[in-house]
Ligand binder design. Structure first.
Ligand code: BMA
Length: 336
């Protein structure tokens, strides 16, 4: 695929999130015994910023329980966080989760109807990767609801409310017929009457629309804006040095989210700093969501860097929406 001069100009002048000078905000040094403090769910509870921080332990266990754990980190200023040493989520010892959930990472948090809904991928086990739904009101007590996708589906991401009478979600099935057209991960959209039973599956986006999203892509929970559902996505490029994870954004039609109305062709954050390029998994910036502040026209994103630590990147909310619209919808993917 050859690039026109317009395409090149767009990639060069595209929207970029700005890293906070104090990055990385959280590192393994902030949690005794941690090898990684990374990819966090994120939301606001009152005036507090809440991160659901994934922790990989050097020993492979935490307090005798194997696997990663997920901990609540709270902050009044969005910069300085206290991590609770009590796990909020860890490997459960009851069915069916005991067999399918080896430690929650990549949590997606969606606030709706007075609950914080949390979806995380069960995985790291022979059953494959699937979506587990639960909820909390206070980030102290957590209620498992159900397994809401078959393997392999890496973290369904909920929309924050019903649209046209249905709950909706973005899916990321893994390895949909890997071949030269479909590689490792595509995005789909689905609907449900009750958050547990899902159907009406529709294809949404395949990788390959930009060099930074050549191999696989994945969603986060959409954010409602006046001009559409803003969704931060990740994209992966493959080189002889391995995978490189970048971030971009797409905009879905408010009434008909099966329709993409904008998609950044340039990445909005790519692994460039030392802490993003070196770590447990090098060359990774990855996010499980973002916090929108419409009154301040700001988007605040806590992202995992090199699967090792957490940084903050911010930018104009309306600017990002405009960047999606400026680049426009993708070419329609489909069978040749
Ligand atoms: C993805 C997720 C992320 C991770 C990324 C890079 O599949 O599991 O947690 O940041 O891989 O390792």
């Amino acid at each position: 695929m050859s690039m026109t001069e317009d395409d090149q100009a767009r990639l060069l002048s595209g929207y970029q999130l700005q890293r906070d000078d104090r990055n990385p905000l959280l590192t393994p040094a902030d949690f005794p015994g941690a090898a990684a403090v990374f990819n966090c769910g994120q939301t606001m509870m009152g005036d507090e910023t809440i991160l659901l921080v994934a922790i990989i332990h050097r020993s492979g266990h935490y307090r005798g329980v194997p696997g990663a754990t997920s901990h609540v980190a709270r902050s009044a200023d969005g910069i300085h966080f206290q991590i609770n040493p009590e796990p909020f989520l860890q490997r459960p010892d009851f069915e069916p989760y005991r067999r399918i959930d080896q430690g929650p990472i990549d949590t997606r948090v969606t606030y709706m109807e007075d609950w914080y809904y949390i979806v995380h991928p069960g995985g790291g086990c022979p059953w494959g990767t699937l979506g587990i739904l639960g909820r909390t009101k206070d980030f102290e007590r957590y209620e498992y609801l159900d397994v809401i996708s078959l393997p392999d589906n890496r973290v369904p991401c909920l929309f924050p409310g019903k649209i046209g009478g249905y709950y909706m979600r973005l899916d990321r099935p893994y390895r949909v017929a890997p071949n030269e057209h479909h590689t490792d991960g595509n995005m789909w959209i689905a609907r449900s009457p009750d958050l547990v039973h899902w159907g009406h599956f529709r294809p949404l986006l395949t990788p390959g629309f930009a060099p930074w999203a050549q191999t696989k892509i994945g969603p986060t929970s959409p954010i409602r804006t006046e001009k559409g559902w803003l969704t931060i996505i990740h994209g992966v490029a493959l080189s002889c040095a391995g995978y490189r994870y970048s971030l971009g954004a797409m905009l879905l039609d408010l009434e008909d989210p099966e329709r993409i109305i904008g998609l950044t062709r340039g990445s909005i954050l790519s692994p460039d700093t030392e802490y993003e390029r070196q770590g447990v998994v090098p060359n990774v910036v990855f996010t499980c969501g973002a916090i929108a502040e419409p009154d301040a026209d700001r988007i605040r994103m806590y992202y995992g860097a090199a699967d090792t630590c957490i940084g903050l990147a911010t930018g104009s909310l309306s600017g990002l929406v405009e960047a999606c619209l400026r680049d426009g919808p993708p070419d329609e993917g489909g069978c040749n």
